[in-house]
Design a protein around this ligand. Structure first.
Ligand code: NAD
Length: 480
């Protein structure tokens, strides 16, 4: 396989290529054109030219049709794309299939919203009208991560296009082949104006940094770590562009004593090991009421140790490898440090033996600890580590959960409906699930409190991240 940049309506490369490997088997999958600042600059110029044409920015019906045609093109290649996603990212095929189906559904959702992005009109005094019009923000720079490269591409690009922006996409190098394949059916549409959507890949950061600094980029949407998000905020300050930042998390699951611990332990284990623990909303800390703590230790250890590791294309696999060997080594080091200083090690995890040893695999680790200030209760460790903590009452559960600089998501597990809502309202998180975890939808806005980010993607409000509100005033007088 081979993928190139797509700039100003043309597939292009400058002769620099980088290989892409399957993280489960080390097999070479293909190579992608590896660009940098020159590609970023050309793509931004093309997007700015395309945005200047009102036949794009003021034409919701054209943009809707493009989104619908793109969705249809993806549907025709759904299985092929799911397999490529599993090979390049490592996740289990069932998860890849679910992700592609979700991404297609989300494109269709924003195709509808492209034709319904209303402002409002007020008569502020007799015969004086203030019209508040939603306008596209301009050129959108989109920096997309590797962990869910179908849905996270679509949840930024589809609302950007629905709002009327033009776009420059910079995928993660780890999933550059997949993102190019996802965009191919869109780029093939004859009705897509040259420059309206551009793509360049790079292994370094200079092209991404150009998107952040360029005065021609009006809105920058980044999904990635909080540290990079902070750097982007600093570097974007000079141009004061709009920022949409979807950053790190450290999700807590609060489990009260009235729950069926045996029944929910497998659900918590799945919530912690989704994409091998490489999901921003993955369960990281399980807070359990003290009377059920011992039972939860046993049940969760059993559920996590039953998870079947393997190549994502094998039907029995529940958990694939980490994204690459560098990430595996980093996560492994941090987990080893946590095992060294925690109160109790319940499952040590580590590299599996046998055929999987050459892949970037890590089995899930489970520890118990009292002090929520410990680094492994505070820091986002992007892999399969879960921490168990005990609490005595509702107030302590909430205090522990809110003891975090992040605020992305949490879940509350109880059969008492009023308590579920009371606790949900007290949690400082953008999303709270009741008796569930990791339920994410095109229709439901997602985003973070505190250091988990700025703005919201998914849902109607994602259009706000890619829009400006213009006030147009006119005094027309009154009859008589
Ligand atoms: P990362 O912060 O390492 O981001 C890597 C990306 O940032 C690359 O594309 C790189 O080119 C770009 N980049 C690096 N330096 C830059 C700079 N100075 N200016 C502009 N761009 C720069 O994150 P990652 O490891 O790829 O992704 C994992 C992180 O993403 C986790 O923290 C996870 O929680 C987060 N995430 C958040 C959400 C969410 O919805 N909140 C979703 C998925 C992932």
């Amino acid at each position: 396989m081979q993928s190139r940049h797509f700039i100003d309506g043309q597939w292009t490369d400058a002769g620099r290529w980088t290989d892409s490997f399957d993280p489960a088997s080390c097999e070479l999958i293909g190579r992608f054109a590896d660009g940098g600042e020159a590609e970023a600059q050309a793509a931004v110029s093309a997007a700015a030219r395309a945005f200047a044409n009102p036949k794009w920015s003021q034409n919701p019906r054209l943009r809707q049709q493009l989104l619908l045609d793109w969705a249809a093109g993806l549907k025709a290649r759904q299985e092929e794309l799911a397999q490529l996603l599993t090979r390049e990212n490592g996740k289990a095929l069932a998860q890849s299939r679910g992700e592609i189906a979700g991404a297609i559904s989300e494109i269709v959702y924003y195709a509808g919203l492209a034709r319904h992005n209303p402002g409002h009109v007020l008569e502020v005094a007799p015969g004086e009208f203030s019209t508040m019009l939603r306008e596209p923000a301009g050129v959108a720079g989109l920096i997309i991560p590797w962990n869910a490269p179908a849905v996270l591409l679509v949840r930024a690009l589809a609302p950007a296009l629905a709002a009327g922006c033009t776009a420059v996409i910079k995928p993660a190098p780890q999933t550059a082949l997949f993102n190019a394949a996802m965009l191919e059916p869109l780029f093939a549409l004859p009705s897509l104006p040259a420059g309206a959507v551009n793509l360049f890949a790079e292994t370094g950061h200079v092209g991404a940094a150009y998107l952040v600094a360029s005065p021609l980029v009006d809105v920058l949407s980044f999904t990635g770590s909080t540290a990079t998000g902070q750097r982007i905020m600093q570097d974007a300050a000079a141009t004061m562009k709009k920022l949409s930042l979807e950053l790190g998390g450290k999700s807590c699951c609060l489990v009260f004593e009235d729950t069926d611990v045996e029944a929910i332990a497998p659900k918590l284990a799945a919530a912690a090991t989704i994409i091998s623990g490489q999901q921003c909303t993955a369960a990281r800390r399980v807070l359990v009421q003290a009377s059920r703590f011992a039972e939860m230790k046993r049940a969760l250890s059993a559920s996590l140790s039953e998870i079947r590791l393997g190549h994502g294309l094998e039907a029995t696999t529940q958990m694939g490898p980490l994204i690459d060997w560098q990430s595996r080594d980093k996560v492994e080091r941090r987990i080893a440090e946590a095992l060294d200083c925690c109160d109790e090690v319940l499952l040590a995890g580590g590299r599996p033996d046998g055929a999987l040893r050459q892949g970037a695999f890590l089995a899930p680790a489970l520890i118990a600890h009292r002090d929520s200030g410990a680094f492994f209760c505070q820091e986002e460790i992007f892999g399969p580590l879960l921490v168990l903590e005990a609490f005595d009452d509702e107030a302590e559960a909430v205090t522990r959960a809110n003891h975090s600089e992040f605020g992305l998501s949490a879940s509350v597990w109880t059969n008492e409906g009023a308590r579920a809502w009371r606790v949900a309202r007290a949690l400082r998180n953008g999303t709270v699930w009741l008796n569930d975890h990791n339920k994410l939808f095109a229709e439901a806005e997602t985003g973070g409190y505190r250091k988990s980010g700025l703005g919201r993607l998914h849902g109607v409000d994602a259009l706000l991240d890619f829009s400006e509100l213009k006030h147009i005033y006119q005094s027309v007088g009154t009859l008589g």
